[in-house]
Ligand binder design. Structure first.
Ligand SMILES: *[C@@H]1O[C@H](CO)[C@@H](O)[C@H](O)[C@H]1NC(C)=O
Length: 878
């Protein structure tokens, strides 16, 4: 983490806001639909182009005020409707025109912030719609904190109305009441009908006349579907299911091939969008594994003492006949459906169908709702498999109420919050008069936010362990997270073995005594400090009687984050050896002292050489070579190691340079092992540095290697424009480099913002190629971003173009590939032939000529992709 205050402020604000929900809301084209920006005087358009109307004319009573949030949480993405609020100081009622006998979705949007003198932390209120209590003594602030969201959207499905209007009353329990946005969407009649009782397959309840609250809505095996893409303009958001899948067998996401067209023969099209039925999760090809396992989802934080409708969406896009796949559906350990046969239900391949089940949730459940699918061998189906395309969970009104208690933050979060408060107090003292304190206060997070994150990792891990009763195999994380918790408290630390580090890792690197560390750094002399990282200071030092220069990272023993990151880094780095990764020489662990010992990178960070400090300006060619080196390091992390490793904190201060200007990627404290074969991504809490954060990761907490690609795109623009990723001193539209560079690129004026030191000395084609590559890295959706392999190709090509301009090929001695490769790569003509055969703009074209991925343990892509290189550069082959 950066030490710059601005960075920290943004970072904290951001951390406080992970797990945010999408901003998109109902388009509300249908009759009887309404979207209100509460507290807004004029019609306003949100980031998705939808219009929100002013709310004033619907309110009766004069006890409300319009207010504006003091702080815009970066997770908001769209100001509308969240930055404005309607504040109620006493009870007030909205009266909406509506049709009787019509079912409606009512969505309430809350952004707990500071509104003038009204701090949402003090607001506890109730909401009643046509006599149904939706919220009682509700605190949006507590709810957001416990669920670590910046804002919340509550969706209710109100039973067909008995009169021609809908009254929604806000009443104050403590402090005041507020709301930011209200949506009212007419729902087709047939959306709810009846649901089968779990455990009693012959009994069902009537859901036609039920008031419901949506608790979960997932596109299983698929990706997020925003409200704008919902069917029948109902404005529902469908999240992906990765965060809820549980157990040893997580199944595999399945996508129907292009020829399978989803048909709505059994159910209306408004039931769910096509995308829900196109994708599914199935168990995988191994019969023996499948018959011995369940495909399981756990939905937590579900209010107990209510009944729930569990709606399961299916479309079998692979089989054609009944009895090919038959499975049992369990909900909360009870049989909901003994023999589910999707084809038998739907009548054929690609035909959509859904089933509704109803189950109570007792207090014993601890608020967890379980769904499990298991192949049923009894009817002797052709395959042992099970599948699911989508799931929705609705809470059913009981005694005219849908309200639940405010969630309790976990102990860990609570502890961290106390810490935050403390550090906030300290911060205030040191920051008096500065408005930064304000910003920190406004953000729900705090100075210990990074600690919150670490704590959460452990909390989640523990939860999984508790419910399974044994070591969880479902986690794709490195075992260190678990170890740190189970073994961290035990031994004295004086023993020879490390408390925290696996013996394998210990075997791979040197162990130093604390005395040696003291000697190396002149007793940790402040004069030797070369950096301050997330978990402590970094010192310059010498070991082996002065023979080897090293960088020593000393952890702050008080920091839990420190311990975790320390371990992550040792476990990862000790196994990873690559020319473009900083190498770990060893570590020291004695009593409470922990140090990591690295190769010393004499030229410091990339940032220092592009705009920080008075160092000499790097030539364009040097910059390209450095970017290529860093890309190779990252490529290796993504594809070369045993696991996919996602760096998570790619930025110019984590790219270091040795005396030969060789780039090395550093700082794996935040790294996570990435998607395994079965999972598209790691669902996780958001970490990283503001200004470099993948907006998709940010919105949806899904980590893929494409998140690193996004950050790397920011690095590329930083190198090109010689300015920081975030510069709060600039005019608003220029603060974020990613936004500003994309804007300029689109306008065709990027040339105006490139580093003036480059002007006149560079090949503009090379710059263009480079900028195009960076632009693609910043694509909104991860899937549209290039892989690091593609990036490498493009950067290499950019370098070729520049070298063509420079005349003779004079690469610095620091090039990493072998001389023969180097020589052949210089053959610009051949590269040009290669590229003229490829559509550079198209990833898929590039993809066709690439081998699947590098598995070479020592080298990054192009080195190991020598097959392609030789194809390109070896004219004799033609
Ligand atoms: C599958 O789930 C059911 C219901 O929760 C449980 O009874 C059964 O033991 C599970 N089977 C396996 C193999 O985990």
């Amino acid at each position: 983490m950066s030490t710059r205050t601005a960075d920290i402020v943004f970072f904290l604000a951001f951390v406080s806001a992970f797990l945010c929900f999408s901003l998109q809301a109902a388009p509300g084209d249908g009759a009887g639909s309404l979207m209100l920006g509460c507290g807004s005087e004029n019609e306003a358009t949100d980031a998705d182009g939808r219009k929100w109307l002013p709310d004033a004319k619907f309110i009766s009573g004069s006890n409300s005020v319009q207010a504006e949030a003091q702080y815009q949480d970066p997770a908001l993405g769209s100001e509308v409707p969240y930055m404005k609020a309607r504040i109620f100081t006493s009870n007030a009622t909205y009266k909406f025109p509506a049709k009787s006998k019509q079912r409606y979705f009512l969505r309430l949007h809350f952004y707990p912030s500071v509104y003038g003198s009204n701090n949402a932390e003090q607001a506890f209120f109730s909401v009643v719609a046509n006599g149904i209590t939706l919220l009682k003594n509700f605190s949006a602030s507590i709810t957001c904190k416990a669920t670590t969201q910046a804002y919340i959207i509550r969706e209710y499905s109100l039973a067909p109305l008995t009169q021609d209007d809908l009254e929604v009353t806000f009443s104050v329990d403590t402090g005041f009441a507020f709301v930011n946005g209200i949506e009212l969407v007419a729902v087709p009649d047939g959306l709810f009908d009846k649901a089968t009782l779990v455990g009693k397959p012959d009994e069902s309840i009537d859901s036609k006349s039920s008031n419901l609250q949506t608790v979960y809505r997932l596109n299983v095996g698929g990706s997020f579907i925003p409200p704008t893409k919902d069917s029948a303009s109902l404005g529902r958001a469908w999240y992906d299911d990765n965060a809820y899948i549980f157990g040893a067998n997580v199944g595999i996401p399945d996508v129907a091939d292009n020829t399978t067209k989803i048909e709505y023969e059994n159910i209306p099209e408004y039931s769910a969008p096509v995308d829900v039925y196109t994708t599914a999760r199935t168990m995988g090809p191994d019969k023996n594994i499948n018959i011995n396992s369940n495909l399981t989802w756990v939905f937590n934080q579900v209010d107990t003492k209510y009944m729930y409708i569990v709606r399961l969406h299916f479309s079998d896009n692979a089989n054609t006949k009944p009895n090919q796949v038959v499975f049992t559906i369990y909900i909360n350990n009870q049989t909901a459906e003994p023999e589910a046969d999707v084809i038998a239900w739907s009548g054929g391949m690609g035909k959509a169908v859904y089933k509704d089940y109803v189950t109570p949730l007792s207090e014993k459940s601890g608020g967890d709702l379980w769904l499990a699918l298991h192949p049923n061998p009894d009817p002797m189906p052709e395959y042992y498999d099970s599948l699911l395309s989508g799931v929705e969970i609705f809470k059913i009104e009981s005694s005219k109420s849908l309200a639940g208690p405010n969630p309790k933050p976990s102990d860990m979060l609570q502890k961290d919050e106390d810490e935050q408060k403390r550090s906030f107090e300290t911060k205030k003292d040191t920051d008096k008069g500065s408005n930064k304190a304000h910003v920190i206060g406004g953000a729900a997070g705090g100075a210990a936010a990074a600690g919150v994150v670490a704590a959460l990792c452990i909390a989640v891990y523990q939860r999984k362990k508790r419910v399974q009763g044994t070591e969880s195999h479902s986690t794709s994380w490195l075992p260190i997270y678990g170890n740190s918790h189970t073994s961290g408290k035990s031994s004295s630390g004086k023993s020879h073995g490390s408390r925290h580090i696996s013996s394998a890792a210990q075997g791979r690197c040197r162990r130093f005594s604390f005395a040696e560390m003291k000697q190396a750094t002149k007793n940790f002399d402040e004069a030797n400090v070369i950096g301050v990282g997330g978990f402590g200071k970094v010192y310059k030092g010498v070991i082996d009687n002065g023979a080897t220069k090293v960088a020593i990272k000393k952890s702050n023993p008080q920091s839990e984050q420190g311990v975790n990151e320390f371990q992550t880094e040792i476990e990862m780095l000790s196994e990873l050896r690559h020319k473009h990764l900083v190498s770990l020489i060893g570590f020291c662990e004695e009593d409470d002292e922990m140090c990591l010992v690295y190769d010393y990178m004499s030229r410091g960070t990339l940032r220092e050489h592009i705009y920080k400090g008075n160092k000499t300006h790097l030539s364009w060619k040097q910059r390209l070579e450095i970017c290529i080196g860093a890309a190779k390091g990252l490529h290796y992390l993504h594809t070369g190691a045993r696991w996919t490793i996602i760096h998570r904190d790619v930025k110019t201060t984590n790219i270091l340079l040795d005396e030969n200007w060789e780039a090395k990627v550093s700082d794996f404290g935040l790294s996570k092992t990435g998607p395994d074969l079965n999972k598209g991504h790691v669902s996780t809490v958001v970490k990283g540095s503001f200004g470099y954060l993948d907006p998709e990761y940010f919105k949806r907490q899904q980590l893929t290697e494409k998140s690193d690609v996004y950050s790397f795109g920011v690095v590329l623009f930083e190198v090109l424009c010689a300015r920081p990723a975030l510069n709060p001193n600039l005019p608003k539209e220029q603060v974020s480099l990613a936004d500003w560079a994309l804007h300029c690129q689109k306008k065709g004026i990027l040339e105006d913002i490139i580093d003036p030191h480059l002007k006149g000395k560079v090949n503009m084609e090379s710059i263009k190629k480079f900028a195009d590559t960076a632009e693609k890295c910043l694509s909104e959706c991860g899937v549209d971003r290039p892989s690091l392999n593609d990036i490498l190709w493009n950067l290499e090509f950019s370098l070729q173009l520049q070298e063509g301009t420079d005349g003779v090929s004079t690469r610095s001695g620091s090039r990493t590939r072998s001389d023969s490769d180097d020589a052949s790569l210089r053959n610009q003509e051949m590269m040009a032939i290669h590229y003229s055969n490829l559509s550079l703009g198209s990833e898929s074209d590039l993809g066709e000529v690439q081998p699947s991925s590098s598995s070479d343990n020592n080298e990054a892509a192009p080195d190991s992709d020598s097959a392609i290189f030789s194809q390109i550069v070896n004219p004799t082959g033609r």
